[in-house]
Design a protein around this ligand. Structure first.
Ligand code: HEC
Length: 346
């Protein structure tokens, strides 16, 4: 128990109550919305104890970026612990953040990814996302072995999303790719535990969920936890909490000597950015980076080029969010700035 003493007991209780039920609830919710989605068949309950066996998940064929044809159930999820998100590469808002979170989880889990934990990003826009396009996207996000980017036929992928309870066509949202809901699912096929996760969750929590809670309580990573160095509990400002949930997957502030790209970061280090950039430019860039890139704003374009073509996503921030974020960037940069030394005495 000592290893996990930092996980508040309340969270464990909530997890025990919600694992399985969260997924079955959403699957059922979907069933009631759309009659054509079959409800969980009683016969699907496997001897392994998992109700989400081969009878539940379609064994549709997906193609990986190296050209391998893989069957969803047999090759990708059977007896595995997996983290799956549905994305499309031209998405300018939620998908890059979600995919950046997967990169953080990949880093935290290290060589367990590809051995006992697998990450899958499945495109919902196979017309645009050819294997070549997906391969380039995987490269932009530094996907290592064990993290596959996959493409299948649209009806097959829609069927998968329905099975995971993350397809809400009846509400009209999926008429438009841009409105596709945040869709991260983690699970252990063997034990039948499936949970929806949020890209706003801290990567450590996601890594613990997938690497420990769903993996028979194995230690999530080999990183030794040094409790003395744990940050003190305090109330976060709105700006800091926005930064942690929406920005920290791609950006650091004062991240150190090495250049951010060399360190494997997806976006630039933001130390001193508020002082470096014109305020009106910064405010607009945070509000609609996609529009500025589309309009070929020279600075935005040169940043995209510098960052291997990866674009800053539009995180749907409102005016107050932006003001709070800039305030946090200014304060954090001032806090991290080297303190001026007193002048030397002659
Ligand atoms: C999926 C990764 C990702 C996320 C999430 C993200 N960014 Fe970015 N950001 C980038 C990339 C890549 C660039 C550089 C390319 C570009 O400008 O499009 C960038 C550029 C920037 C710049 C311009 C830097 C400069 O030197 O002028 C700022 C400011 C910025 N981001 C702030 C934020 C803030 C604040 C958040 C959170 C609300 C955020 N970003 C979330 C990837 C991301």
């Amino acid at each position: 128990m000592s290893k996990f003493r930092w996980i508040p007991l309340a969270i464990i209780v909530v997890l025990v109550l919600s694992v399985g039920t969260a997924f079955s609830h959403s699957a059922h919710k979907n069933d009631s919305q759309k009659k054509s989605t079959p409800s969980r068949p009683a016969a699907a309950i496997q001897s392994s104890g998992s109700p989400w066996g081969a009878n539940y998940f379609p064994n549709v064929e997906l193609t990986a970026t190296d050209g391998r044809k893989l069957r969803f159930f047999d090759d990708l999820i059977k007896d595995k612990v997996v983290m799956i998100n549905f994305i499309y590469t031209s998405c300018v808002d939620s998908c890059p953040l979600e995919t950046a979170r997967l990169l953080q989880v990949q880093k935290l889990l290290g060589d367990r990814v590809g051995k006992d934990i697998f990450l899958y990003s499945i495109t919902i826009d196979p017309d645009h996302d050819t294997i070549e396009v997906l391969a380039a996207y995987a490269k932009q996000f530094h996907a290592g072995p064990g993290w596959l980017f996959l493409r299948g036929s649209e009806p097959d992928v829609t069927q998968l999303r329905k099975k995971f309870g993350i397809y809400e066509a009846d509400q009209g949202v999926d008429q438009n790719l841009e409105d596709h809901i945040i869709s991260l699912v983690i699970g252990n096929q063997k034990t039948g535990q499936w949970i929806k996760a949020s890209a706003f969750d801290p990567p450590q929590l996601l890594a613990t969920k997938v690497g420990s809670w769903l993996s028979n309580w194995k230690i999530a990573s080999k990183v030794k936890r040094d409790y003395d160095k744990a940050p003190k509990l305090r109330n976060l400002s709105r700006g800091e909490s926005l930064f942690r949930t929406r920005c920290s997957a791609c950006h650091t502030i004062g991240g150190g000597e090495a250049s951010d790209i060399a360190r494997g970061d997806l976006g630039p280090d933001l130390f001193g950015v508020a002082a470096k950039r014109d305020r009106a430019w910064l405010i607009r860039f945070l509000a609609e980076p996609d529009k500025m890139i589309e309009e070929k704003d020279p600075l935005a374009l040169s940043l995209v080029q510098q960052y291997n073509g990866l674009k800053m996503p539009n995180l749907r921030l409102n005016e107050i969010d932006i003001a709070e974020l800039i305030k946090f960037l200014v304060e954090e940069s001032a806090r991290l700035a080297p303190t001026p030394q007193p002048p030397e005495k002659k």
